[in-house]
Design a binder for this molecule. Structure first.
Ligand SMILES: Cc1cn([C@H]2C[C@H](O)[C@@H](COP(=O)(O)OP(=O)(O)O[C@H]3O[C@@H](C)C(=O)[C@@H](O)[C@H]3O)O2)c(=O)[nH]c1=O
Length: 184
């Protein structure tokens, strides 16, 4: 397992072990001991996957305190552009974002720290997105910011989005409840 830091502190791209033979492939998509050695969260009580067609944009989402959480995200089928926006007051990258392609071929994952908004755009005809979260889903803590309010260069100006995502607040009008806690 290889863990690459990104420009957002606490956010990592993770490359995992893939074994291939004549039958196909085996992908080890979670290894508790390796995560523990790196000081990463290992307790993900909730997992789900979503299936999307091409041109779908989901996000940018988070849960507010006290149900804020770490996400471990990956793409089990297809290709997505995954985006993380730093919403932690006091962070050197507050308001900044990163975009990284996650795909089933590379089987790479993104470890998204608390206090960041997350979203993705689908590049393939069918994309299966896997999310593991460190706290349970809570509808009353569900929050988000508008996908087109953070200076992100999405591949289209007209993605397929949910009604909920259409009316999310813009980043500049968002009063962040998240505080940056430096690791050292
Ligand atoms: C995320 C989630 C949704 N739901 C329900 C609420 C709603 O009725 C239906 C669809 O929910 P949403 O429209 O919020 O689904 P979606 O837009 O796919 O939401 C997800 O987007 C990505 C970008 C994330 O980062 C995730 O954390 C999550 O917020 O499923 C759950 O029951 N449990 C869950 O964990």
């Amino acid at each position: 397992m290889k863990v690459k830091p990104t420009k957002i502190e606490g956010c990592f791209e993770i490359e995992i072990i893939i074994r291939e033979d004549g039958r196909g492939r085996l992908v080890k998509n979670f290894h508790k001991t390796s995560f523990e050695k790196l000081g990463l969260m290992t307790d993900f009580p909730e997992h789900y996957y979503s299936v999307s067609k091409k041109n779908v944009l989901r996000g940018l989402h988070f849960q507010v305190p006290s149900q804020h959480h770490i996400k471990l995200v990956s793409c089990l089928e297809g290709r997505i552009l995954d985006v993380v926006v730093d919403l932690r007051i006091g962070s050197p990258t507050y308001g900044d974002h990163l975009m990284i392609e996650l795909n089933s071929e590379k089987a790479n994952m993104l470890y998204v720290p608390e206090g960041c908004a997350h979203g993705f755009f689908t590049l393939s005809t069918k994309s299966i997105f896997l999310n593991r979260t460190s706290t349970m889903y809570s509808n009353s803590h569900d929050g988000g910011i508008h996908w087109d309010s953070c200076g992100i260069e999405w591949p289209t100006t007209n993605p397929i989005i949910s009604k909920k995502d259409k009316y999310l607040p813009e980043l500049e009008n968002f009063d962040s409840p998240f505080k940056f806690q430096p690791t050292i």
